[in-house]
Design a protein around this ligand. Structure first.
Ligand SMILES: *[C@@H]1O[C@H](CO)[C@@H](O)[C@H](O)[C@H]1NC(C)=O
Ligand SMILES: *[C@@H]1O[C@H](CO)[C@@H](O)[C@H](O)[C@H]1NC(C)=O
Ligand SMILES: *[C@@H]1O[C@H](CO)[C@@H](O)[C@H](O)[C@H]1NC(C)=O
Length: 225
């Protein structure tokens, strides 16, 4: 008798738990359930993993994943239809290529609006003296992606590091957003990170030395902002 009672209480409990799971969209879950990014209650990785809003959320394996939330990303991105970058620079592709260089990315791309260099696409940025990374016929190495990777020698060394033939296919940086962010990360790690301890100004010099010494105060201020 007692056992039956316990069992039926348990069943009722299970049932209400289950129906709550099924109907609690947009959360207000039981405290033992996680509220998923899209507002559903449950206990799977999809509920308690990345984007989990409340309940026993699992510690994110990646601290960047917690800092760079979707809301953070939405706050930066310009969603006007005129922007080529709309739908290109996504949080997911960013997390695949992890980075922490928002001040420069934001400036280089004008708040993730541009993929290719504004007014730069008519120059080929080919240093013909560089025999190590010769320009491929008909290809241009103007700025592309979040750090505006430029010049054949940068496309060459970066491509070598990523295992991609960016000398023959520089346009990959503008068409695949994971590659785009990887080039930003590559440039950061190779050219910017070594001067981080010298301050923010040194990072500007590493990215675009022409802005320094009064070369473009407006650009410098925009990066600092
Ligand atoms: C690009 O060129 C247009 C037309 O010449 C000019 O109005 C604009 O200021 C230029 N933009 C940049 C970022 O140089
Ligand atoms: C390439 O080398 C020539 C001859 O040494 C030199 O005059 C020219 O300025 C160099 N070009 C670049 C882009 O460095
Ligand atoms: C984009 O590039 C990444 C990294 O090289 C690759 O894994 C992925 O398959 C590419 N995506 C597309 C749509 O080509």
């Amino acid at each position: 008798m007692a056992l039956t009672k316990i069992a039926s209480v348990f069943l009722i409990y299970l049932f209400s738990f289950y129906s709550q799971t099924a109907k609690s969209q947009f959360c207000g879950c039981s405290p033992i359930l996680c509220c998923s990014q899209s507002g559903y209650c449950g206990i799977t990785d999809q509920h308690c993993g990345s984007g989990c809003k409340s309940g026993p959320c699992r510690q994110s394996r990646d601290p960047v994943d917690k800092i760079v939330t979707q809301q953070f990303f939405n706050g930066i991105i310009d969603t006007r239809n005129g922007c080529a970058g709309k739908g290109f620079y996504t949080r997911d592709s960013f997390l695949q290529a992890i980075a922490s260089m928002f001040a420069h990315f934001t400036h280089e791309t004008e708040r993730f609006c541009n993929i290719e260099e504004v007014n730069g696409t008519s120059s080929d940025y080919c240093d013909k003296n560089n025999s190590l990374y010769p320009c491929a016929p008909g290809k241009s190495y103007f700025g592309r992606g979040p750090i505006q990777l430029s010049w054949n020698y940068n496309y060459g060394t970066c491509g070598q590091s990523l295992g991609l033939d960016l000398l023959r296919q520089p346009e990959l940086v503008g068409s695949n957003s994971t590659v785009a962010f990887q080039t930003g990360l590559w440039f950061w790690m190779n050219s910017v990170r070594p001067v981080l301890d010298q301050g923010f100004g040194a990072t500007i010099r590493a990215i675009n030395a022409m802005e320094c010494n009064g070369g473009n105060l407006g650009a410098v201020n925009a990066r600092v902002r």
